[in-house]
Design a protein around this ligand. Structure first.
Ligand code: FO1
Length: 322
């Protein structure tokens, strides 16, 4: 079975671990979000690609969900001693090596997709990990400018909004800078065309899955795919399971409910939608929108619970296909 998964960071990576456990023989292609990518200290950092690679490759900091296990921060401390920041973004020594290799290869002319393949040769994630695009796309968030005149707004990098500001200020708009000019990375459209199932894990529907779908050609390929497209709700009981998806959903005018996120994707894109058992009331509303819906446990508490979610998604795909 060929499965394509559109993944963000922590939620996507943990779901993939369950999916691999549920269907060990499946050929899984992951299309990773690169809108969170940031250039720091002259290095290109790809948080979502690295989170998937480290999680599936056994190198992730398990409690944190991002960065490396057994990490140290000597380089960050030395940079801070020179007064060189930002200090709010935690790059560890082990992680730095990944960004150095990546930046060096990009400088030598390799596209991000080739670099990602080279990094994965070490981590052996057991999936084919593709960036959504080799072109630079950077998600910016429009916020109020406290230093400007009344009503002035400014755009900040997504990581500044997410990590430094902890999404504590209103987001007025989400702007994926460069997305309109970006092309899908080699292999992305081919993988979608050849897929037996396309899955949207419980990743952020705006700044993760939404950004991937915003690369011209990807949304059209998913919508036009003959394979069932199944999503899992990242919203449980009216709140995001992790992260701050509610804040960015508000920015795009979508209520933070399991049903509203399904309608946001729409029946033109997804065929099936899983909501958590606590949101069983949402099933009728989602089905009324033309999307097959089931309520099942959606908390990724451990590998078995996550594998069960993956099996439910694949079962719903079969139901839709029949
Ligand atoms: N998240 C944080 O909350 N604080 C950090 O300092 C931080 C650093 C960081 C470094 C490398 C990396 O790959 C991820 C990192 N993240 C950090 C996670 C990241 O900001 C977000 O969770 C994702 O971009 C959203 O998917």
């Amino acid at each position: 079975m060929r499965i394509v998964v559109l993944a963000g960071g922590i939620g996507g990576a943990r779901f993939l671990r369950g999916l691999k456990s549920a269907v060990p023989d499946a050929e899984i292609t992951v299309i990773g979000n690169t809108g969170d990518d940031i250039h720091l200290f002259g290095l290109k950092v790809c948080p979502d690609l690295d989170t998937v690679m480290y999680t599936l490759g056994g190198g992730i900091h398990e409690d944190q969900g991002w960065g490396r296990a057994g990490e140290t921060f000597a380089v960050k401390e030395e940079l801070a001693a020179y007064g060189v920041g930002p200090e709010w973004f935690g790059l560890g020594d082990r992680d730095f090596a990944t960004h150095i290799v990546r930046t060096q290869m990009i400088g030598a002319g390799y596209p991000l997709s080739a670099v990602t393949e080279a990094l994965c040769a070490r981590w052996q994630p057991g999936v084919r990990l593709l960036p959504m695009s080799d072109d630079r796309v950077e998600t910016h968030v429009l916020i109020d400018d406290p230093e400007g005149a009344e009503g002035t707004r400014k755009a900040v990098h997504f990581q500044e909004y997410w990590v430094r500001l902890r999404a504590s200020v209103p987001a007025h708009a989400i702007v994926p800078v460069g997305a309109d000019q970006a092309k899908p990375a080699p292999g992305v459209l081919e993988a979608i065309a050849a897929a037996d199932v396309v899955l949207f894990p419980p990743s952020n529907p705006v700044v993760s899955v939404g950004t991937i779908l915003g690369v011209p050609g990807i949304r059209e390929a998913v919508a036009g795919s003959s394979a069932p497209v199944i999503g899992l709700s990242p919203i449980v009981g009216g709140a995001p399971v992790r992260g701050m998806a509610d804040k960015v959903l508000e920015a795009v005018g979508v209520e933070a409910t399991a049903a509203a996120v399904a309608r946001h994707y729409g029946s033109g894109l997804i065929d099936g939608w899983l909501v958590d058992s606590v949101d069983a009331d949402a099933v009728d509303e989602v089905e009324a929108a033309g999307i097959r819906c089931r309520a099942v446990p959606l908390m990724m508490t451990d590998l078995e619970a996550t594998a069960a979610m993956a099996r439910e998604a694949l079962a719903l795909a079969e139901e839709v296909r029949a």
